[in-house]
Design a protein. Structure first.
Length: 222
């Protein structure tokens, strides 16, 4: 590829550990890890279904619906206040510890977030993780009222950056997102922390890394 001129990051699972909510779930079930996985599966599934059906609601509503499903699936009853606390745990996710140094090493090239998350959700997590000010822009799929991997979401980043697709590196830990970004035309880095098997859809990332702090070495500054 031409020199990497900008970096676009997925948020959930890539920058923010979606399973850091396990700590909050442990007060209600010994199966907190399994429940967190179920919640995440439904959260993603609902974005795809809503996109296909043309029935968009923002990611906060989707996240709430996924939580409600997981609570029922595991037979857990909670009070309204407890439900709110479990839902709001998603506004205080942990960030992977290598992120600040990685972002500093990529500077001064633009570093954006492009996420399904609603603007208030993204702002809350960026603020609570101490990452405010580290990104050039934070872009939400809410602008186009559809979810990844719809190409209209990825186009938001090229529009903001004003750069051709081929000089933008899209970074995600989510396999479906990697495929969607590659189909759109980005140069794609898959952060495959768990050594997950790649999907068989005829599209593959340009590079596979195990940690975010490998990015600066893979894409050195000019």
């Amino acid at each position: 590829m031409a020199r990497a001129q900008a970096f676009v990051f997925d948020a959930y699972g890539t920058l923010f550990d979606v399973h850091s909510v396990v700590a909050a779930l442990q007060a209600f079930t010994p199966e907190a890890e399994a429940m967190s996985l179920q919640r995440r599966v439904k959260q993603l599934e609902y974005t795809w279904l809503r996109s296909l059906m043309g029935r968009y609601v923002d990611f906060w509503v989707v996240t709430d619906a996924a939580l409600r499903f997981a609570l029922k699936r595991f037979g857990i009853r909670v009070t309204p206040d407890q439900h709110t606390a479990l839902l709001e745990a998603y506004l205080h996710l942990s960030a992977y510890p290598e992120i600040p140094a990685m972002l500093a090493a990529l500077a001064p090239r633009p570093r954006l977030i492009l996420s399904n998350g609603s603007p208030p959700m993204l702002e809350a997590d960026v603020r609570s993780t101490g990452l405010a000010g580290h990104f050039t822009d934070i872009i939400s799929a809410d602008l186009v009222k559809v979810y990844k991997p719809d190409p209209r979401v990825y186009a938001l980043a090229t529009n903001v950056l004003g750069l051709p697709k081929g000089v933008i590196v899209f970074v995600s830990s989510n396999a479906f997102d990697v495929i969607g970004a590659k189909a759109y035309g980005f140069h794609v880095a898959w952060i495959n922390r768990a050594n997950t098997q790649a999907d068989e859809l005829g599209l593959a990332p340009d590079i596979v890394l195990s940690r975010l702090d490998e990015l600066p070495h893979a894409f050195p500054a000019p």
